[in-house]
Design a protein around this ligand. Structure first.
Ligand SMILES: NC(=O)c1ccc[n+]([C@@H]2O[C@H](COP(=O)([O-])OP(=O)(O)OC[C@H]3O[C@@H](n4cnc5c(N)ncnc54)[C@H](O)[C@@H]3O)[C@@H](O)[C@H]2O)c1
Length: 265
């Protein structure tokens, strides 16, 4: 069988909603999918940022992108996002639930309000938007939903107790969605390691010195670039991944390795 690689990774005619897409990873994904032919809907709480990214994408790719202000934690705004997308482009072929953030909170420093807010932002918003998109995704061929997970949702992460708990919940939610949605719609998570997103990580409680030390801990000796995560999202959404659903794709520069023979390495 001869494989047409270009065709496998073409997104021509597809319409993909990306949340948190004024940020580092979401905007990189927007640029990438548009360069492969997709109409992308750049949704973000930051209206100015969303519109700016959509304009840049349209100019760069020649494929029309749309910037929409959405608060991913407010259900009525998610309803509007779906309506605006359908009105503009007529269908929804894919969704990237990318919104998320978490501050440094020591393990006994959280409370009900902080825990619930983090759960709303990192997990519940993704559930609500996916539910709203499902009737439209089910009409498309090789429809796919990708979620931005985090390595902190897999390994013990007591420094980010709200965020890591919410991201752990997200992963299992995605597996449940995948289990009952085949063969029509595929669901996968990208498990993200530390990626350079400028001010955002600093606002979460890191200093530049801590980030340098963190980068040195990784097998690949650096933090990731946003587009390196977008490449994984692109693979999971592509026709090359038509038999892949319910997985967690780890993209984290190899993570940090500790010898099982301390003192001998
Ligand atoms: N950068 C990393 O190191 C890293 C590591 C692991 C996981 N992740 C995950 O990847 C995803 C993207 O991260 P990033 O690094 O691009 O972050 P970022 O901070 O650069 O972008 C996040 C975007 O989300 C938007 N946003 C915040 N609250 C919102 C809300 N209520 N509704 C809609 N939009 C909202 C922000 O305006 C921002 O544009 C997140 O889910 C994050 O948790 C990132």
């Amino acid at each position: 069988m001869k494989t047409n690689i270009e065709k496998l990774f073409s997104f021509e005619g597809k319409v993909i909603i990306i949340t948190g897409a004024a940020g580092a990873i979401g905007s990189a994904a927007g640029h990438l999918f548009a360069s492969l032919g997709a109409h992308v809907v750049i949704s973000d709480l930051n209206e100015e940022g969303a519109k700016k990214v959509a304009e840049e994408i349209t100019k760069e790719s020649g494929v029309e992108a749309l910037g929409v202000k959405t608060n991913a934690t407010v259900e009525s705004e998610l309803v509007e996002l779906v309506e605006i997308t359908l009105k503009k482009f007529g269908k929804i072929s894919g969704l990237i639930n990318n919104v998320g953030w978490g501050a440094n909170t020591p393990i006994w420093g959280s409370d009900t309000d902080k825990m619930v807010k983090s759960y709303l932002l990192n997990t519940v918003g993704a559930y609500n938007l996916t539910k709203l998109c499902m009737p439209h995704l089910e009409k498309e061929s090789n429809a796919s939903v990708v979620f931005s997970g985090s390595m902190v949702g897999v390994t013990p992460s007591p420094e980010f107790i709200e965020y890591s708990t919410a991201k752990a919940g997200l992963m299992n939610m995605v597996r449940s969605m995948a289990a009952v949605s085949g063969p029509k719609v595929r669901f996968n998570t990208v498990l993200i390691g530390s990626v350079d997103n400028g001010e955002s990580t600093l606002a979460a409680g890191y200093t530049p010195e801590m980030l340098k030390a963190l980068a040195d801990m990784f097998v690949m000796k650096r933090r990731g670039n946003p587009v390196e995560i977008a490449y994984g999202m692109m693979f999971l959404m592509s026709d090359a991944a038509q038999w892949i659903t319910g997985i967690d794709l780890r993209i984290d520069g190899g993570g940090s390795y500790k010898s099982k023979m301390p003192g001998k390495d």
